[in-house]
Design a protein around this ligand. Structure first.
Ligand SMILES: Cc1ncc(C[n+]2csc(CCOP(=O)(O)OP(=O)(O)O)c2C)c(N)n1
Length: 373
């Protein structure tokens, strides 16, 4: 018996013709810091460019301090973004409040740009759940970092579904690493976005390494953006060390997602200049020569050189900016270190609205044996 409640196939929503190839987005600021193509309108504004530079610089300062805190036993572990800062900064800069950010463990700066605080991020990595409880919007309606690899992509498709069917003018923006695109969850999430035409933008941060596994050993796909084609959605490659290009590509993708629910996969080409996390030693699997070569593409140096060439950043302005970043991060570190620790029992507080029986048992057992911090 056919199920009369299911619509006949020809009533499914019309879909745009599926893309047949990926496209490579234009670059704007070349490796030498010179403009290689007229800048898009937003970047013609000197203040906007300086603001982007400040975020990129803040990210680098924060990472340096967070790693130092871990090395001195004051932070659990940490995943720095050194070398790939232009991706999260360009992405978050293009987002509007109605969008929803679904980050991994390496996009702290994007979270901060959306209202999380640096001291929240430190609390999170220090093992304190309060570090994922952001007070300010839009960070408050965003997701906390996903540590399981790729599980966030189906979640993001669900967010995009809710945005579309709740008639909200926003898109879901999901980050994933190059290694994460080998996982089934990635394909499942983008497949759903294509089938249901969801306002989902997936940003693949291709930093070339999944811990010790290089991109070339990970997949035979020509580019990671090509993986979008199997889902019937557009794949785009962009120079992830050119913050203007990242910002511009995201702006287009987000507008299309918000206005016509067109999903998109964007592969941002960049490089992780640091260890995978503070628990890693990248020199065990990566050559010095490769690292030296990658340093020539450093996004911080590229934007700084560009600003200097344009006469937008002289030595004293740069010193002031560096001092400002250092003071901001010091303030956050002080707030983190001054946070009173919580009782061990608090580990039960943020998991469930109602604790399952087994956890109730464990909680009672802890109460019998725990004699305070
Ligand atoms: C489901 C799952 N499997 C394995 C791991 C262990 N793990 C942590 S990071 C990582 C590699 C991730 O590489 P990539 O996706 O390229 O992201 P990157 O860390 O380079 O930003 C792995 C396998 C995990 N966190 N989750």
């Amino acid at each position: 018996m056919p199920n009369s409640r299911l619509p006949p196939f020809d009533e499914s929503p019309p879909r745009p013709e599926a893309p047949r190839s990926v496209y490579r987005a234009h670059g704007y600021i070349g490796q030498s810091g010179r403009v290689v193509r007229p800048l898009p309108a937003f970047a013609a504004d000197a203040e906007a460019l300086i603001a982007l530079y400040r975020w990129i610089l803040l990210c680098r300062h924060f990472d340096t301090r967070a790693v130092a805190l871990q090395r001195t036993g004051q932070l659990g572990t940490y995943a720095a973004a050194t070398g790939q800062e232009a991706v999260p900064v360009g992405v978050a800069h293009a987002m509007i409040d109605a969008d929803v950010l679904i980050p991994t463990y390496r996009e702290a700066i994007a979270q901060v740009m959306r209202g999380a605080r640096f001291d929240d991020i430190l609390r999170y990595w220090g093992g304190d759940e309060r570090g994922a409880d952001y007070a300010a919007t839009p960070a408050r309606h965003d997701f906390p970092p996903a540590v399981p690899i790729a599980s966030q992509v189906p979640h993001a498709a669900g967010v995009a579904f809710a945005l579309k069917h709740g008639h909200r003018n926003g898109a879901a923006v999901c980050f994933i690493g190059d290694g994460g695109t080998s996982k089934g969850d990635f394909h499942e999430g983008i497949n759903l976005a294509g089938a249901w035409q969801l306002p989902l933008v997936v940003v693949i941060v291709n930093n070339q390494w999944a811990i010790s596994v290089p991109r070339r050993a990970q997949t035979a796909a020509e580019t990671l953006a090509h993986k979008a084609l199997a889902a019937g959605i557009q794949g785009v490659q962009v120079d992830g060390n050119d913050v203007v290009a990242v910002r511009e590509v995201l702006d287009h993708a987000l507008r299309a997602a918000r206005t016509s629910h067109a999903p998109c996969v964007i592969e941002a080409l960049t490089y992780r200049l640091c260890d995978h996390t503070t628990a890693d030693d990248a020199s065990r699997y990566r050559s010095d020569a490769e690292l030296r070569e990658a340093r020539k593409h450093d996004p911080v140096a590229r934007l700084r050189t560009h600003l200097q060439h344009q006469g937008l950043l002289d030595a004293s302005a740069e010193r002031a900016l560096e001092a400002d970043c250092e003071a901001t991060i010091t303030h956050a570190v002080d707030a983190y270190l001054a946070t009173p620790s919580r009782s061990t029992a608090s580990i039960f507080e943020h998991l469930y609205a109602e604790l399952p029986a087994e956890l109730v048992r464990q909680q009672a057992r802890l109460a019998e044996t725990d004699h305070g911090p």
